[in-house]
Design a protein around this ligand. Structure first.
Ligand SMILES: NC(=O)c1ccc[n+]([C@@H]2O[C@H](COP(=O)([O-])OP(=O)(O)OC[C@H]3O[C@@H](n4cnc5c(N)ncnc54)[C@H](O)[C@@H]3O)[C@@H](O)[C@H]2O)c1
Length: 254
């Protein structure tokens, strides 16, 4: 039997989009998967995985809610001690009217705080809560879903989003440094334009202009991001830590 059967994977923001794709891929690879999301739809996403013969549970969780994250061990129950993989995928990208990025001069501080709270502090809270079970088993994989907005100037996302995702990459490097001695790797995946409800929220003209800069000439799919996350979660990626893998069709080349 694959060792993945004893490596429970927690995926945040897994009700739909990239997170749902990651949960499906990890489940197909034999991981029992906990899908966490604020949306009630997460129940149906998990049910569909169970109906396909996989092990999957849904929990309702706002990753920015410190008390709710602290209660994760209770929410996840008997699977908590078998945690092996954590994917910090939950994220928001508020846009101005018409799907355009909001100018900094017009950005309400409350919106700035909310984006940082979900995209950055949420990943900190969830990662911190998951350290004890990962350390206890001496093996672990943490993956941050950042963005090309953290790698180059963004034509699509607001400054709060770019700042949160850039911060997430810095946090990942610190966590990788701290947890390496415990056999835990921490890496980031920076997707380019991926066809999800979030991407559909951008104005059509914005998406078209972006496409012109993608050498592969198309948007990506959640499944294509999930393949890379599954690799990072595997034993094959044992010596990879603190890295950022760009999954953007070549739109950013460091
Ligand atoms: N779609 C893209 O082009 C793209 C590109 C780069 C990075 N990303 C990143 O990928 C991740 C997934 O994005 P997506 O495109 O699938 O977006 P999406 O909006 O389709 O899905 C995001 C999911 O996160 C959940 N979520 C939001 N706030 C939450 C919270 N506080 N607690 C728990 N769950 C929460 C949402 O309910 C939703 O199910 C995000 O971190 C996003 O920033 C997306």
């Amino acid at each position: 039997m694959s060792p993945n059967h004893d490596r429970v994977a927690l995926v945040t923001g897994a009700a739909r989009g990239i997170g749902a794709g990651i949960a499906a891929k990890l489940a197909a690879n034999g991981h029992p998967v906990v899908l966490a999301d604020v949306l009630p739809e997460v129940e149906a996403t998990a049910r569909a995985l169970r109906e396909a013969g996989h092990q999957a549970r849904a929990i309702r969780l706002d990753v920015s809610d410190e008390a709710a994250v602290a209660a994760l061990p209770r929410a996840i129950g008997d699977w908590w001690g078998r945690l092996g993989v954590v994917v910090n995928n939950a994220g928001i990208s508020p846009k101005a009217k018409g799907g355009r990025p909001r100018k900094i001069r017009d950005m309400p501080a409350e919106e700035w705080r909310r984006v940082l709270a979900v995209n950055l502090t949420g990943a900190f809270l969830v990662s911190q809560a998951c350290i004890p079970p990962l350390r206890a088993r001496g093996w672990g994989r943490v993956v941050m879903i950042t963005s090309q907005a953290a790698r180059a100037k963004s034509m699509i996302a607001g400054a709060h989003y770019a700042a949160s995702k850039t911060g997430l990459m810095g946090f990942a490097r610190s966590l990788a440094t701290e947890l390496g001695p415990d056999g835990i790797t921490v890496n980031s995946v920076a997707p380019g334009r991926i066809d999800t409800p979030m991407a559909q929220g951008a104005a059509a003209g914005v998406n078209d202009a972006f496409l012109a800069n993608i050498p592969l000439g198309r948007t990506g799919s959640p499944a294509e991001v999930a393949e890379v996350v599954a690799f990072l979660a595997s034993d094959a990626a044992a010596y990879l830590s603190g890295a950022t893998l760009d999954v953007g069709g070549g739109s950013f080349m460091p």
